[in-house]
Design a protein around this ligand. Structure first.
Ligand SMILES: CC(C)(COP(=O)(O)OP(=O)(O)OC[C@H]1O[C@@H](n2cnc3c(N)ncnc32)[C@H](O)[C@@H]1OP(=O)(O)O)[C@@H](O)C(=O)NCCC(=O)NCCS
Length: 182
């Protein structure tokens, strides 16, 4: 259904990704789910520009394929518009949140916050007590969502060993509350 009050409504509906009309669908139009090997291409498209600008660490297709089980994607009408990964270090009951990215056209509508909340729930189900993130440019976003600055020694030893001193990422940690939202 298209509004006759919008100029060029038909063209906008047909030639823009989101369209402007009312859509009735039997399948979920937008949802968050575990990534599969088929999502690798979409995730790469999403993160490539962020890797180029140095916001995210470069990941090869092979690495992404090997680590795809750690990823979730937010899909909108068949396209990955956001992704994130959670790497658990079970011994320390801690996990790394990595590769959080929202497509440029879809930022500022809490998608990042929703992905974070989703992974926090997942972490809690795994009995993880803390989540950490390494970031060079997004410190404030994480601080506003309960992350606190921490030192390198707070990270799992495996992670400390591969810390990139050239990149000088800051470490932030969030302690998760024990409640699980259903
Ligand atoms: C950070 C990011 C995931 C947030 O996604 P989002 O869906 O826009 O997030 P939300 O809608 O929940 O939050 C938007 C708010 O975050 C702010 N924000 C966005 N990027 C920010 C940054 N780098 N530092 C601080 N605040 C930031 C926006 O200004 C906005 O603020 P407002 O609500 O006061 O207007 C997204 O901007 C992104 O993909 N950035 C590039 C990749 C990145 O930095 N990832 C983290 C790497 S560790």
């Amino acid at each position: 259904m298209l509004s006759r009050h919008i100029e060029g409504a038909l063209l906008l509906e047909l030639f823009s990704r989101d369209g402007i009309g009312t859509l009735v669908s039997t399948n979920p139009y937008e949802n968050i789910r575990k990534a599969t090997i088929e999502d690798v291409g979409g995730i790469l498209e999403l993160i490539k520009p962020l890797e180029k600008s140095g916001i995210l660490v470069r990941r090869s297709r092979e690495k992404l394929e090997m680590e795809i089980d750690y990823f979730i994607v937010q899909e909108r009408d068949g396209m990955s518009v956001a992704c994130a990964a959670l790497y658990p270090f079970m011994e320390g009951k801690i996990a790394e949140l990595a590769c959080l990215a929202v497509h440029n056209d879809y930022r500022g509508t809490d998608r990042g916050g929703i992905l974070l909340a989703y992974l926090e729930q997942k972490a809690k189900l795994l009995k993880i007590e803390q989540i950490f993130v390494l970031t060079t440019r997004t410190a404030h976003w994480f601080q506003e969502r309960g992350f606190k600055i921490a030192d390198l020694q707070s990270l799992p030893i495996e992670k400390q060993k591969i810390y990139n001193y050239q990149r000088q990422s800051k470490v932030f940690i969030k302690h998760l509350s024990s409640s699980i939202t259903t």
